[in-house]
Design a protein around this ligand. Structure first.
Ligand SMILES: [Zn+2]
Length: 328
C-alpha cells in the first residue's frame, strides 16, 4: 500500500469482507442489520466516526510520503532517478511537478496525492531556488496566486522561482505585460531576501514536529481533519468499550429502537412501535432515553446522586451540556 495505489475493486472486495465480519461476526451465513454507513464507521474517532481504517485514504496517505522524501532529499541518487524518469522539473522542485501523460502504475498512484500534499507544506525561504513564487505556501502559509490572482494571471512565467524572480525586481514589467507599477508594488514589497546559500526549508504544517506523519496526513485527507464536538465525551472515558460504542451509536440515532426497527422493516414481533415501558408514545431515541416516564425516573435518581441541577433534555445536550455541568 505504500508503493502502489490499490485498485478500487480490491478495496471494495476487502471492505466487503470487513463489513460482513463486523455485522455478521464469524457466522457469515446469518442475516445482518447494518446499523450505520461504512463511510461513517471509517471516519476517525475524534472526527465523529468509529475509527475503523479507511483503506483508500490510508493508501493515499502512505503514497503521499513519497513527495516528502523527494522534497527533503532531492539530491539522493534514487530521487534523481525518479526525477529523471518522471520528468520532474529540478528548477522548482517536486511541488510544481506536472504529471506526464503516460504515467506508470506506480507514478499514477503517487501523483494522485500531490495536490493535497502541497496544501500541507509551507516553506521558509533561504536562497529561494526551490520555491515557486506563486504556487508554494511561503507567504504566511498562503500562496501568492491566491493573494494576487490578477497578477498571477498576468504573469508570463507562472512557475518562476523566487530566486529567479529577484532578477526582475528592477524591471518587473518584463513579466507583467499589463499590470501597472501600483498593482505590483505590494507584491514587490513582499519578496524575501534570497541572499543566503542554504536551500529553502520545508515544513509539514499538520504536525508540531514539522515532519510528515502518516496519521496527520490521513486525518487531513478525511475532510481536512474536521473534529467532532463529541470527541472527548464519546470515546475518552473509562467505560467498557461496548458501552462507549453503544453511546456512539445512540448519538447517531442508529440503535435498534422500535422506531428504527420499523424503518428498516425488521419489526416482526410487534405490530406497532409504541414504547413497551409506558405505552404512551413511539419508542424513538428521544423518547427511550429522555422523555419516557421510566427514563425520567432513572435520570432523576442519577441527578440526585450526582447533584445535578436539571435533567438532560436531548441526547446531544446530554453530552455537550448535562455531563459537563456535573461537579468534578
Ligand atoms: Zn416510554
Amino acid at each position: 500500500m505504500s508503493i502502489f495505489k490499490l485498485p478500487a475493486w480490491v478495496i471494495k472486495d476487502i471492505d466487503k469482507i470487513r463489513r460482513d465480519f463486523l455485522w455478521k461476526g464469524p457466522n457469515l451465513g446469518s442475516k445482518e442489520v447494518r446499523l450505520i454507513a461504512w463511510s461513517k464507521i471509517t471516519r476517525l474517532r475524534d472526527m465523529g466516526g468509529w475509527g475503523i481504517l479507511n483503506l483508500q485514504t490510508f493508501n493515499n496517505a502512505l503514497l503521499g510520503k513519497w513527495w516528502w522524501k523527494l522534497t527533503c532529499n532531492p539530491n539522493s541518487n534514487w530521487a534523481k532517478i525518479i526525477n529523471a524518469n518522471y520528468s520532474i522539473s529540478d528548477t522548482v522542485g517536486v511541488l510544481s511537478h506536472t504529471p506526464p501523460r503516460n504515467k506508470s502504475f506506480f507514478w499514477a498512484g503517487v501523483t494522485s496525492t500531490l495536490s493535497p500534499f502541497r496544501s500541507c507544506i509551507t516553506k521558509s525561504i533561504r536562497n529561494g531556488s526551490s520555491t515557486s513564487l506563486w504556487s508554494d505556501r511561503w507567504h504566511d502559509g498562503l500562496r501568492l496566486k491566491d493573494c494576487w490572482p490578477d497578477l498571477f494571471n498576468d504573469c508570463t512565467a507562472p512557475w518562476i522561482t523566487i530566486r529567479q524572480f529577484t532578477q526582475y525586481l528592477n524591471n518587473p514589467e518584463l513579466l507583467f505585460p499589463t499590470s501597472t507599477p501600483n498593482m505590483l508594488s505590494a507584491l514587490l514589497e513582499n519578496i524575501p531576501d534570497c541572499s543566503q546559500t542554504q536551500d529553502d526549508v520545508h515544513t509539514w504544517t499538520l504536525d508540531k514536529s514539522g515532519t510528515i506523519t502518516i496519521k496527520s496526513f490521513y486525518k487531513f485527507l478525511i475532510d481536512g481533519g474536521t473534529r467532532s464536538s463529541l470527541y472527548l465525551l464519546s470515546w475518552k472515558n473509562h467505560c467498557p468499550s461496548k458501552i462507549t460504542l453503544f453511546c456512539w451509536l445512540a448519538g447517531e440515532d442508529k440503535i435498534l429502537t422500535l422506531s428504527n426497527l420499523f424503518k428498516k422493516g425488521y419489526n416482526f414481533q410487534n405490530s406497532t412501535d409504541t414504547c413497551v415501558l409506558c405505552h404512551n408514545a413511539s419508542e424513538n431515541l428521544q423518547h427511550l432515553f429522555i422523555d419516557c416516564e421510566f427514563s425520567k425516573r432513572i435520570w432523576a435518581l442519577f441527578s440526585q446522586i450526582l447533584e445535578a441541577n436539571s435533567l438532560p433534555q436531548t441526547i446531544p445536550s446530554l453530552w455537550t451540556i448535562w455531563i459537563p455541568s456535573l461537579a468534578p
